[in-house]
Ligand binder design. Structure first.
Ligand code: ZN
Length: 399
């Protein structure tokens, strides 16, 4: 599945209609969830039946396309199943009991309730919400695809406006020619000081632009908090500050995403095999000292892109378990204890000297090579490479 995204500029009454559609979808979702909570053991069939009842009871629910209502029910089902799975697998910590949504930002249609114009530059929503026709602004040409390849259409509200996304059924491998083998394998170690170091001796620094962006983001967040009044209606200035913060946040997220995507693509294009450490990011974030840098470093997103591009270009990605990769000597295999602040690996057994992270990357590569046959930790179906934020309007790399 590919997600193609277009900016749209709805008129004020269209905005009202879109927001109304989003609100209805949230209403259905929350109602069905309540129904599930109140009636132990109800499953898929009962939930869909309840949705039909809601459509009969509320005119505004009936006005929303029936498939769009169904996707709202599917969202509940997904949340419920995730919760059940976590319980069954006895995942440590919170199990993610489904929650009511207060701030839904999208409404999702399936194959009905909308129509594309002849040249596929306009979309008309045909249900009774009255959204009408929207011009699709973007460089992607939908004419490359058959209408029946479009499986979902989503309207998304973001801090900087409205977007329409099409999810097109397509195998990413069909869109590219296989690359000439590079005859290279690489191990990578993601770090705190750098974004990553690889076994070929390259270091990818953390992007400066992101640091700057974050500073400004914190600044805007503080400004917003200062204007917040507890227990009172919020002032105009508070809302202005809130919107400013949200926009900056969106921009920073897009920059981050573009960065990890670019690095992942480069690694896949210049190597045939990429080995990375399957850090249990969830577990590591608990370590307070590392927490900030780790959630910063958006590693798991990066690994998802690696696996995705690997699949797309027919390259191999391997995830190995982290175990002493930074302590062991990649040259002789002896354990050389070092604290987090020791930046250089100096082996007292064989005299091998290397940057700490590059030594780790070498260990990771060795581990990977000894386990070839395993696959990456992310299964393709679980990762939607171009879901909402991932592909921002107007920015696409090599897709
Ligand atoms: Zn050594």
């Amino acid at each position: 599945m590919f997600i193609y995204e277009y900016k749209v500029n709805p008129k004020p009454q269209q905005i009202t209609a879109i927001n109304e559609g989003i609100r209805t979808s949230q209403f259905v979702r929350n109602k069905v969830l309540r129904y599930w909570m109140d009636n132990r053991g109800v499953g898929k069939t009962e939930m869909f039946r309840y949705n039909t009842l809601l459509r009969k009871e509320f005119k505004f629910v009936e006005d929303l396309n029936s498939h769009a209502c169904q996707t709202a029910v599917e969202r509940v089902l997904k949340a419920v199943n995730r919760f059940y799975n976590n319980c069954k697998k006895q995942v440590p910590g919170k199990k993610g009991y489904p929650k009511f949504k207060k701030n839904t930002r999208s409404v999702e249609y399936k194959v009905s309730g909308w129509k594309l114009s002849e040249n596929k530059k306009h979309i008309t929503f045909t249900d009774k919400k009255g959204i009408g026709t929207l011009k699709l602004i973007g460089t992607r040409d939908l004419n490359f695809y058959q209408i029946d390849q479009i499986k979902r259409v989503r309207i998304v509200r973001r801090a900087d406006g409205y977007y329409v996304q099409f999810s097109v059924q397509l195998d990413p491998r069909d869109t590219v020619k296989p690359l000439t083998p590079s005859q290279k394998a690489v191990g990578i170690d993601v770090g705190i000081k750098y974004f990553l170091a690889d076994s070929q001796g390259n270091i990818e620094p953390n992007p400066q632009v992101y640091r700057q962006g974050e500073k400004r983001l914190n600044h805007l967040n503080r400004k917003k908090s200062k204007k917040y009044k507890k227990g009172k209606p919020q002032s105009r200035n508070y809302h202005k500050a809130r919107v400013r913060y949200a926009r900056k946040h969106l921009k920073v997220s897009r920059q981050r995403e573009e960065f990890v995507k670019r690095v992942a693509l480069r690694l896949i294009q210049s190597n045939d095999l990429v080995v990375y450490e399957d850090l249990n990011v969830k577990g590591m974030v608990k370590n307070r000292h590392l927490a900030k840098s780790i959630s910063d470093a958006r590693w798991s997103k990066f690994y998802q892109w690696l696996d995705y591009f690997g699949y797309k270009y027919g390259k191999i990605t391997i995830a190995v378990a982290p175990h002493n990769t930074s302590q062991n000597c990649s040259h002789c295999g002896e354990k050389v204890h070092k604290s987090l602040s020791t930046r250089t690996h100096i082996c007292s057994y064989c005299g091998f000297i290397e940057d700490r992270d590059i030594n780790a990357a070498l260990n990771i590569l060795q581990k990977g090579l000894s386990t070839v046959g395993q696959t990456g930790s992310y299964k393709l179906g679980e990762f939607n490479p171009l879901a909402p934020l991932e592909q921002s309007f107007g920015v696409t790399i090599g897709l």
